[in-house]
Design a protein around this ligand. Sequence first.
Ligand code: XIL
Length: 342
Amino acid sequence: DQSLRALAADHGLYVGTAIDVGALSDPTYSQIAASQFSTVTAENAMKWETIEPERGVYNWAPAEQFMAFAKAHDQKVRGHVLVWQNQLPAWLTEGVADGSISKAELRGILHDYITAVVTHFQGRIWQWDVVNEAVTDPWDSPDGHITYKGFWYENLGAGYIADAFRWARAADRQALLTYNDYNIDAFGDGGPLDKTQFVYDMVKDLRAQGVPIDVVGSQAHLSTRYGNYSPFQIADAQQKFASLGVATALTEVDVRNLMPAEQTGDTMNPLLQAQAYDYSALMQGCLASRHCISYTVWGFDDGHSWTNTWDFGAGAGAEAMATLYTADYQPKLAYRAIQADL
Ligand code: XIL
């Protein structure tokens, strides 16, 4: 069995994908999702706007459809996501904006939401993304240093991060609790604009306070437009985070190409080669670290990738074709590269 999941198992590694619940009715999609991956993440079905679209009204059905798929195929589940500034329900953001939800009430709402969701899935989640994307990037740090950002920070202060991890642990003592972010795949110069260093310092500080954070998740949304990392740089970041006593995970791997990227398996295509290099550098970096527990791609086929519609700065969909398979489910060079690494 040369599937990614079988090959990864020999390394004690879980290889995963995000699942678009709406695509599970496509038999080819389901067949690849089931046979190639040993861990899955719901792409959207466990986000707050989906789970609690109206205040106090929980909608578990899409998440449960996803959970049933994972169970049927013996896949570990990464729960995504408890605390994030995006894809929040309108009742929450509008209630805060118009003052009908006070800050004190907001903290209670967050506590109750985390408790309800983690309790609902208790015993069924391997890793929870507890806090997602809590810090700035160099380009939105005008005062010259990385800092905290977003709805929760602006309304509750940075203390919400420690609170969220403690509340999650109280509701599920077994799940591994993750801080998840992008652009923390490799360390920079260690200076005030080094986001990876900021997250490292933050996690160190939280752990020193006894906050139950078990995993640092590096999303690894890359683009061939912006250079690349060597396997050594990836491994170095994995090891440095692990030195804090946490495991690490690559949680949302994809590698965008500026369109039009040739989609076929033509091995001479330099864009496909650059993409395969990045996928492989991440895999090699993960394999080099005993503490890297999972390598998850954010969708496995170009037909269902969020990169098709998201604007990464070159216009919506201008950077895309970011996954392991073509839109007609042919494995790309990137697939062959990580298969060979495993
Ligand atoms: C993306 C989904 O893939 C899209 O379908 C959705 O419209 C927006 O969110 N970081 C994360 C993921 O943590 O939840 C995001 O997923 C991609 C960036």
